[in-house]
Design a protein around this ligand. Structure first.
Ligand SMILES: *[C@@H]1O[C@H](CO)[C@@H](O)[C@H](O)[C@H]1NC(C)=O
Ligand SMILES: *[C@@H]1O[C@H](CO)[C@@H](O)[C@H](O)[C@H]1NC(C)=O
Length: 269
């Protein structure tokens, strides 16, 4: 399905709600959509030893968290490299030759907006492309309302999807899931129970729980998620870009998500 304008979206959901599944399905269904993951950007920049990557690596070596400003720069730099971010005032005017246009684009310094956030408030912020091909799901950032505010003036997110599944449903799913670690075969006691309880169908070896399927671990992660996501969702609600979808399974959520996404970004395409 083709988009008619740029989608800049974020998915928010509790651990176990199937956020990754929904992101993958959206990417499949809307080929103009890209995934931009702050974690991947960080890893790639460290691996390629870019100036930012080197800085981030030494920060992490010292045991500190990579500061928000560094993550923001990675994201801005990525958008700029893809040609999705223009200097303030939009794409360089047509009166310039294409050579100088290119130079102006290259020279425009996104870092200054991160170094001096006031720049983005006081003067014109950089401009994101509204071309449908400049559509992306941003993953890993922002996680907090504070990070969202920092992002607002630089990259205006135009849809935040809050994925909701009742906690008892997620918990039941987690409790029912067992794996045969050596082969990776997954069983669940509701739909796909092993022939002999607790044993792998093929080898007869014992099944175990994945570490993130531990109920206590999940509850701890859920509490942490709720603490930071509540203010984050409130922030985007105030901006008027929050949309909530509920369902007991990924298959129940996906069609609703597709419909809303199409209504917002694909109508008239
Ligand atoms: C159980 O396993 C089946 C088959 O792999 C899968 O389709 C289903 O979504 C799973 N259900 C739960 C609750 O994990
Ligand atoms: C979803 O799960 C809840 C809690 O188990 C249940 O009350 C509700 O009927 C379910 N909804 C659907 C559409 O299956």
């Amino acid at each position: 399905m083709r988009l008619s304008k740029a989608a800049r979206i974020i998915l928010v959901g509790a651990p176990g709600v199937g956020k990754g599944t929904q992101a993958e399905r959206l990417l499949q269904r809307f080929p103009q959509l890209s995934a931009i993951s702050s974690g991947d950007l960080l890893r790639d920049n460290v691996k390629n030893q870019t100036p930012l990557g080197i800085k981030a690596e030494s920060t992490m070596r010292s045991g500190a968290l990579v500061p928000d400003a560094m993550i923001l720069r990675l994201i801005l730099h990525e958008l700029k490299t893809r040609g999705w971010l223009f200097p303030p005032g939009g794409p360089t005017p047509m009166t310039l030759s294409s050579a100088s246009m290119y130079a102006a684009q290259e020279d425009f310094d996104t870092d200054s907006f991160v170094e001096q956030p006031s720049l983005a408030y006081m003067s014109a912020p950089p401009q994101t492309s509204d071309d449908p091909s400049a559509s992306f799901i941003l993953d890993g950032f922002p996680r907090t309302a504070g990070q969202a505010s920092q992002l607002d003036n630089l990259i205006p997110i135009n849809l935040v999807v809050s994925l909701k599944t009742p906690f008892e449903v997620i918990l039941e799913r987690i409790a029912g899931r067992w794996v045969h670690a050596p082969s990776g075969r997954v069983y669940n006691t509701t739909f796909n129970a092993p022939k002999v309880p607790g044993k792998d169908d093929v080898t007869g070896e014992p099944l175990t729980k994945r570490s993130d399927d531990d109920e206590q671990t999940w509850k701890t992660r859920l509490r942490k998620f709720e603490e930071t996501s509540e203010p984050l969702l409130e922030h985007y609600d105030r901006k008027g870009v929050l949309w909530t979808v509920e369902g007991n399974s990924s298959d129940e959520i996906s069609p609703k998500l597709y419909d809303e996404f199409e209504r917002r970004f694909a109508t008239g395409a």
